[in-house]
Design a protein around this ligand. Structure first.
Ligand code: F6R
Length: 619
């Protein structure tokens, strides 16, 4: 949701402002409805805040420059409590003369009772946020203890909900204190300077050395030290790691938008997610598995929990996992799973899928599954994020940083990782499909090149998108693994181009949705390859005929060489031939490009669509 950055360095100069502003630019994808910065200098804390995108804060800083400083914090916001105004933007001040500044990601659930207490004590509020409550509380605790870390500790133990908090105080010109519960915070370890960030993108331009913070921990950073304690006051240790990508990976690299860049990175996202998955004997291996092979062999049910695009990756994976493992597999939206009293046992494997590893709905589902005794596996793209830490096993997708709010390359990497997991389980359990695992891995290894070829053939899709810039509604049909791809195509169009779009199972058409078809209605149809079992190819070709007969404009995604679709298609978009279960890794690509181009034709910001944020860290 919000992006958070903190910095302390050795000198009072303009570096603190530069680091914080650069960090905010890299974190802006997390929230972009307002931004703010606080620097400690000359025995006081100076802040600037502005509603709107980061450019507004930059302008505010040009109009009223901040003094040189050695420590600062910055925040880019996705509003929860209080609208996106200057007053509600972070940092918030607390204490006598506002000598403390504090920023926050998450939601303080008991803020109302705390605010009532502060109001009764005569504290004046200047915003509608829950954050300001924390700012006043930490400032008051500091006035009693004179120690910012202890003040933070006293307050976090009173807060309920999910939060990352960062604070600076005028009395401590070279200290930043950060705390986290159910919300992300990583430490960047520099040479004579240190950093805090919502994720490593905040400081990747300065250091690749990082440290994960555990749940309920507080970090106090100075230029030469990083001290971590638990909310209970006991010393704690963070796990150090080296970031495997560099600053260039978080830049546009010559593309007009991050989304375009990330679509073009998909061959690597799939290829890198497949790397290193087999041992010298050819057997599949996973990243970090703290579940015994016996326990995995005993699994009798798999439940995939995820949200949005990640849930569609899970829906695709269900077809493959059930086919290869013969284990019953269900897919459920994480927020529905958590609150419906699900039946879960010790032999249930709950697989969460999350690009960010922070999605609160998914995190809560994973925690609930563990409470109910299930084993949990996290498929995640972000090293050290909360969900993998809370899971029994992790399979990382190696898609690299995904900055555009709409997920593309992470989706392909998620499907790939789910397939690796399915094949691993099949191998472990033996049976008919165990022997096939290596053959499927070889077929998967060919997919990156096929995506590359496909990306080189997108000119017509771009033209169609430009011609359709005024379209008000687009439908998407698919069957088998093409069904979740139809849903994903519709989601991409909704979130980027703000037009009505719906994905349907092609077989469901005649049970209602066909009534929507009127002359000129554009419909994308994801056609299963001619080799798909059970004659599904022909059934979908019949569906195309049915809607064409009712005037639909049919935009057909079909395999090279599939001539059956030609008579009924207004447009045929070709994808390279591939085994049916792997086809989603290709068929989604034209739909991503279509949404990107149509939104661009409408003049919309594809990297930061309205009302959205990259990681949704509130329920
Ligand atoms: C859509 C999109 C979202 C995310 C969803 C889950 O393009 O990006 O639907 O897929 O919010 O996010 P993660 O994967 O971070 O848990």
């Amino acid at each position: 949701m919000c992006g958070i950055v903190g910095y302390v360095g050795p000198r009072r100069d303009d570096r603190a402002q530069q680091v914080v502003m650069e960090g905010l630019a890299r974190l802006e994808y997390r929230g972009y409805d307002s931004a703010g910065i606080a620097l400690v200098a000359d025995g006081e804390v100076a802040t600037r805040k502005a509603a709107g995108k980061l450019a507004n804060l930059r302008a505010a800083l040009e109009n009223a420059p901040l003094p040189p400083s050695a420590a600062g914090i910055g925040h880019t916001r996705w509003a929860t409590h209080g609208g996106p105004t200057d007053a509600n933007a972070h940092p918030h001040r607390g204490g006598t003369d506002g000598r403390l500044a504090l920023i926050h990601n998450g939601i303080i659930e008991n803020f109302h009772s705390l605010k009532t207490e502060l109001l009764a004590d005569g504290v004046e509020f200047t915003s509608e946020t829950d954050t300001e409550v924390a700012a006043h509380l930490v400032a008051r605790a500091y006035e009693q203890t004179g120690d910012l870390t202890e003040a933070m500790r006293a307050v976090v133990n009173r807060l309920e909900g999910a939060f990352t908090l960062l604070a600076v105080h005028a009395d401590a010109p070279q200290t930043v204190v950060g705390a986290r519960r159910n919300s992300p915070l990583v430490v960047g370890l520099g040479d004579g300077e240190n950093f805090l960030g919502s994720d490593v993108a905040a400081f990747i331009g300065y250091t690749k050395q990082a440290m994960e913070m555990g749940q309920d921990q507080i970090a106090t950073i100075t230029p030469t030290s990083v001290e971590v304690i638990g909310f209970d006051g006991q010393p704690a240790q963070g796990a150090r790691f080296e970031v495997t990508w560099d600053a260039a990976a978080a830049e546009k690299g010559g593309y007009a938008t991050f989304m375009e860049k990330e679509i073009n990175e998909q061959p690597h996202a799939v290829g890198d997610t497949l790397l290193g998955r087999t041992d010298s004997a050819g057997a599949l291996v996973l990243d970090e598995v703290r579940i015994s092979e016996d326990e995995l062999r005993a699994v009798d049910r798999i439940v995939i929990v995820a949200c949005g695009t990640a849930s569609y990756a899970g829906m695709v994976a269900k077809y493959a996992i059930e086919h290869w493992t013969r284990i019953q597999c269900e897919v459920e939206l994480a927020h529905e799973f958590r609150y419906r009293d699900p039946v879960i046992g010790a032999n249930t494997l709950v697989v969460s899928i999350s690009q960010s590893g922070e999605t609160m709905d998914t995190l809560m589902a994973v925690k609930h599954a563990r409470e109910l005794g299930a084993k949990t596996v996290s498929i995640c793209n972000t090293h050290g994020a909360t969900i993998p830490r809370e899971s029994d096993a992790v399979l990382y997708t190696h898609a690299g940083p995904e900055i555009a709010v709409a997920s593309t390359k992470a989706f392909l990497a998620q499907i790939t990782a789910c397939y690796v997991l399915g094949l691993y389980l099949a191998q472990l359990r033996g049976g008919t499909h165990a022997d096939e695992a290596q053959a499927v891995m070889r077929e998967l290894a060919q997919v990156p090149e096929k995506i590359e070829t496909l990306l080189g053939q997108m000119d017509r899709v771009k033209e169609i998108a430009y011609f359709m810039a005024d379209t008000r509604s687009v439908l998407f049909l698919g069957r088998h693994v093409g069904y979740p791809i139809a849903m994903e195509g519709a989601l991409k169009l909704k979130e980027l181009a703000y037009i009505h779009a719906e994905g349907f199972a092609a077989g469901e058409l005649k049970h209602g949705p066909i009534a929507l078809i009127e002359p000129g209605q554009p419909v994308f149809i994801v056609v299963p390859g001619p080799d798909t079992p059970h004659g599904l190819h022909h059934k979908v070709v019949s569906n195309i005929q049915e809607i064409r007969a009712r005037g639909a404009r049919t935009l057909v995604i079909a395999e090279e060489g599939d001539e059956d679709v030609v008579p009924f298609a207004d447009e045929v978009i070709r994808i390279p031939a591939t085994p049916p279960l792997l086809a989603p890794l290709l068929s989604v690509v034209p739909l991503q490009v279509f949404a990107l181009e149509l939104a661009t034709a409408k003049g919309l910001d594809v990297d930061q669509p309205r009302n959205l944020a990259k990681s949704v860290t509130v329920e």
